[in-house]
Ligand binder design. Structure first.
Ligand SMILES: *[C@@H]1O[C@H](CO)[C@@H](O)[C@H](O)[C@H]1NC(C)=O
Ligand SMILES: *[C@@H]1O[C@H](CO)[C@@H](O)[C@H](O)[C@H]1NC(C)=O
Ligand SMILES: *[C@@H]1O[C@H](CO)[C@@H](O)[C@H](O)[C@H]1NC(C)=O
Ligand SMILES: *[C@@H]1O[C@H](CO)[C@@H](O)[C@H](O)[C@H]1NC(C)=O
Length: 277
């Protein structure tokens, strides 16, 4: 019985708490910006005790015109706080209290500030799913939190497409771009025309295939170059071996059985002939 009551009390307590989720900010500021926290108390007197806290830590305190924490110029005549050169760590809860000299509370204000970076330019990547016939586009951005996405197909806005990924049918030979926006800025990706159906690629990988973004093209070129090198090395090695065989033939000792058997096989095919490279 008591347990039930206790749980009910705890639940009520947690519901009464200020909303702590990410989206519940009273103010938003961009990193690098200067902003003033909107607290206005027109009857602020010199004798009042004015105190600002950030995340519970006192960052400004003034009593009888004496400033013990912070700088006098950070606070306006009406008590608002000036935040210069905002950083990500400037985010969080701010509270201001004004008290009479006898410590009774006159007024207070509490607000949550969210500080955020401007968005970076997004990169459009995609994965072709040849099995289902769809291509999964994704709008990759450094910090996707609190960002809004939109998509264009051949420069026309795609209505309703507001997610970070977009799944479209493979047979649309169109050019796609995505746009990312937060409260302070917006950036657009380069336009990308997904190239999924190359016959060679289809033969090589029947189901899923990573497509040709510049990165994969470079990787593929590097792979081809590496193969070429490997081939060169093999050819060079076999030629050298072959040359060695030629010289060894003249000075053949008793030791090298492997060499002999090879030569025997060869001479079966090409009697008395020199080995060909
Ligand atoms: C204040 O708290 C927020 C989270 O609520 C955090 O992002 C920020 O870095 C904190 N800043 C300081 C100076 O404690
Ligand atoms: C504190 O001071 C204010 C103004 O000086 C006065 O109005 C108030 O009644 C005082 N409160 C107490 C508890 O003394
Ligand atoms: C699309 O691919 C991304 C990875 O690039 C993945 O996180 C996402 O879940 C995929 N979307 C769908 C709808 O499958
Ligand atoms: C894309 O959508 C199609 C049809 O709705 C579905 O079959 C396929 O699995 C989806 N692909 C991805 C990557 O979500």
């Amino acid at each position: 019985m008591y347990a039930v009551l206790l749980i009910a009390v705890v639940l009520r307590g947690s519901f009464a708490m200020p909303p702590a989720d990410k989206d519940a900010c009273d103010l938003y500021g961009a990193v690098g910006q200067t902003m003033e926290l909107p607290f206005v108390y027109n009857r602020l007197a010199n004798t009042d005790v004015l105190r600002w806290t950030h995340n519970g830590t006192i960052i400004f305190n003034r009593e009888q015109t004496r400033v013990s924490v912070g700088k006098p110029e950070d606070v306006s005549k009406t008590g608002s706080l000036l935040l210069k050169n905002l950083k990500l760590s400037s985010g969080g809860w701010y509270q201001v209290t004004v008290r009479h000299p006898n410590r009774t509370l006159v007024t207070m204000w509490t607000g949550r500030l969210c500080a955020m970076d401007k968005v970076s330019q997004p990169r459009l990547g995609y994965i072709c799913d040849l099995r289902t016939g769809f291509v999964n586009l994704s709008c990759d951005v450094a910090n996707p939190h609190e960002s809004f996405f939109s998509w264009t197909v051949d420069d026309v806005n795609l209505l309703g497409a507001t997610k970070q990924t977009l799944n479209v049918s493979l047979d649309r030979e169109k050019s796609f771009a995505c746009r990312v926006r937060n409260r302070f800025s917006a950036e657009r990706s380069d336009a990308v025309r997904p190239a999924c159906k190359t016959p060679a690629a289809t033969a090589a990988t029947p189901s899923t295939l990573f497509c040709f973004t510049p990165k994969t093209i470079i990787a593929a070129l590097a792979g081809v170059a590496a193969l070429f090198l490997a081939l060169l090395v093999v050819v060079a090695a076999s030629c050298r071996r072959c040359g060695r065989k030629k010289t060894r033939k003249r000075v053949l000792g008793k030791g090298d059985l492997g060499m002999v058997s090879v030569r025997q096989q060869r001479s079966d095919i090409v009697p008395r002939g020199e080995p060909h490279c």
